[in-house]
Design a protein around this ligand. Structure first.
Ligand SMILES: [Zn+2]
Length: 572
């Protein structure tokens, strides 16, 4: 039995994500985790919310809530939606957890011990009235370039000029409106990433199976220009993990927190600890996934993320892990995704353009979305969601090919033989040919799923469904029945067994429909079909079943038009 540690990029806490976010990490990670579990492998699948940083503070202020309360509420919302999409996380954690606080402080202590942290004194804007340093986003003023009155400390949204807070005319705090701002000296810790350059380079060179795109992005950041830059890991904020050296105070760092980019990936590890704590397990139970000196040597660790996250996961997080000098598990494979566009443009969170996860579930069950998103995953290039394509794909693949097969077979059997697997007849050349084709296709499906080739997997699964349809069409038991009822019984016996087989094979893509089909077939045998011939006799003669409700319904033209209109922009 293989052991798979699977993580999805952790979504930021402020707001509900759209379908492009879903297909860029969480959903394909879930597909992979479900497939590995179905094969009988041991899987730990983790995700969490990324809760620290200025955007969370700003969103909480806008909502008129304390930031911790805001984060707790938004975590619950995201958790509920994840459950709605059947994302099968073993734990959905929070980067603001106690476990992550301890671990982040631990890593900082280790990095300091290894000489990889440097104290740097710099000048920052301090608001006397607010009694705090102001991050760039908390400072507004008039743009010196175009005169726009609400330019931010780091950039003018009107003319897009990059700014420094001191450039702004009449700069003021967005918290209090006070213009009593001054430059004050403050001390920060910098992670000396440049010191780790050779070690990172050597490590990346061992990744012979990574896509060229992934390694070339990493190498570019590592070597271009002045090479990998040192980076600040602390901030003058109150919301975050307090800066400590392990468990000890850090003189000169009082009142500061770690920068969100530093503590967020450590949550991948802390989340496993949250999982054991939530389930009454021991520390050894999470460490056997994360410490190579405590049993994680045989773990294969796969990370799923959008392509914009690749540099971070190939460089910055590995610096933390390698730099600690401790035997933590490093990633084995990174599966990166391009972007999903929406109907001729981009998804836009700020303009409410496109379908958001909660809205998607309010109009159709999760399997419809899962199937479309995965079968159109933006792997080798960006892909685009259009309502026409969504309607066509659901109506053809799910309703016509799979749903209709189930409906025809079960209803025909009920009317001619009753609701049990019929006896009589024997399989011949047609059935042998079908079993041979399915065997070839199922082995290909496994290969694609193991390689995380999401689109190829979907296309193979669709071909497996189609093979059953073609068999049924050619065998035509409704015609055979008139002259040779025994032969028709043998054909229907095959077709009923195909339904159970499809339920097992399809469960990583469409888990609810698969469960409904298993239940209709009154079977709990979900073992993977290593032997296809044996799998097609799992439902013996006399085995009872029920005719299921409609497995997938069609999307009408009216619905398509209405949804297209509704999701065009400006969400309430
Ligand atoms: Zn401007």
């Amino acid at each position: 039995m293989a052991r798979h540690l699977v993580t999805s990029a952790i979504p930021y806490i402020n707001g509900i994500k759209h379908l492009g976010n879903l297909v860029g990490s969480q959903l394909p990670a879930d597909l992979f985790a479900r497939f590995q579990r179905a094969r009988g492998n041991e899987v730990l699948f983790l995700c969490a919310t990324d809760e620290h940083g200025t955007p969370a503070e700003l969103a909480a202020a806008k909502a008129g809530k304390p930031v911790d309360e805001y984060c707790a509420e938004m975590w619950a919302v995201q958790d509920e939606i994840a459950k709605g999409f059947r994302l099968s996380f073993d734990h959905f954690g929070r980067s603001s957890s106690e476990q992550n606080r301890k671990l982040t402080q631990h890593f900082a202590g280790r990095l300091a011990e290894q000489g990889l942290l440097e104290e740097v004194t710099e000048k920052q804007v301090y608001s006397v009235a607010d009694g705090r340093f102001l991050p760039d986003r908390y400072i507004e003023g008039t743009c010196p370039n175009c005169g726009f009155e609400s330019a931010r400390g780091d950039q003018c949204d009107n003319c897009t000029k990059q700014l420094d807070p001191v450039d702004l005319i009449d700069a003021h705090s967005t918290i209090s409106g006070s213009t009593d701002l001054e430059m004050r000296e403050t001390k920060h810790l910098y992670l000396r990433q440049s010191q780790m350059k050779d070690q990172l380079n050597d490590w990346i060179d061992t990744k012979k199976d990574w896509p060229i795109l992934t390694t070339s992005i990493a190498k570019k950041w590592l070597n271009d220009g002045d090479g990998l830059q040192d980076r600040g890991i602390t901030r003058d904020l109150s919301w975050g993990v307090p800066v400590k050296n392990g468990e000890a105070d850090w003189p000169g760092m009082e009142g500061k927190v770690f920068y969100v980019w530093f503590d967020a990936p450590i949550e991948y590890i802390a989340c496993a600890n949250e999982w054991t704590d939530a389930n009454g397990l021991s520390d050894a139970d999470w460490q056997r996934w994360w410490r190579t000196d405590k049993g994680a040597d045989d773990v294969r660790y796969t990370q799923f993320m959008g392509k914009d996250n690749v540099p971070f996961h190939t460089l910055s997080f590995p610096v933390t892990i390698l730099g600690s000098g401790e035997p933590w598990k490093l990633v084995d494979y990174i599966k990166g995704f391009n972007y999903l566009n929406y109907d001729g443009g981009q998804f836009s969170t700020s303009r409410g353009r496109g379908v958001f996860m909660d809205q998607a579930l309010s109009i159709l069950p999760s399997d419809y979305w899962r199937w479309w998103l995965l079968s159109h995953a933006p792997e080798s290039s960006d892909s685009e969601f259009t309502w026409e394509n969504f309607q066509a794909s659901v109506n053809k693949d799910l309703a016509d090919v799979l749903g209709n097969f189930v409906s025809r077979v079960t209803k025909f059997c009920r009317s001619k033989f009753g609701e049990t697997v019929p006896t009589g007849g024997a399989w011949g050349a047609a059935e042998e040919a079908l079993i041979a084709e399915l065997t070839t296709r199922i082995r290909a499906y496994e290969t694609h799923m193991d390689a995380m080739e999401v689109r190829k997997s979907a296309s193979e699964l669709r071909a497996i469904w189609a093979a059953g349809n073609e068999y049924l069409q050619a065998a035509a038991p409704w015609t055979t029945f008139k002259t040779d009822p025994e032969q028709a019984a043998a054909q229907i016996r095959m077709a009923l067994n195909l339904i159970r087989l499809y339920a097992v094979l399809s469960s990583p893509f469409i888990p609810d429909a698969s469960a409904a089909l298993m239940s209709a077939m009154q079977s709990e045998d979900d073992t993977w079909p290593d032997d296809v011939n044996a799998a097609l006799t799992a439902l013996p003669v006399g085995h009872a079943f029920t005719v299921p409700e409609v497995t997938f319904r069609k999307i009408t033209d009216d619905e398509r038009a209405e949804w297209q209109e509704r999701f065009a922009g400006t969400r309430d």
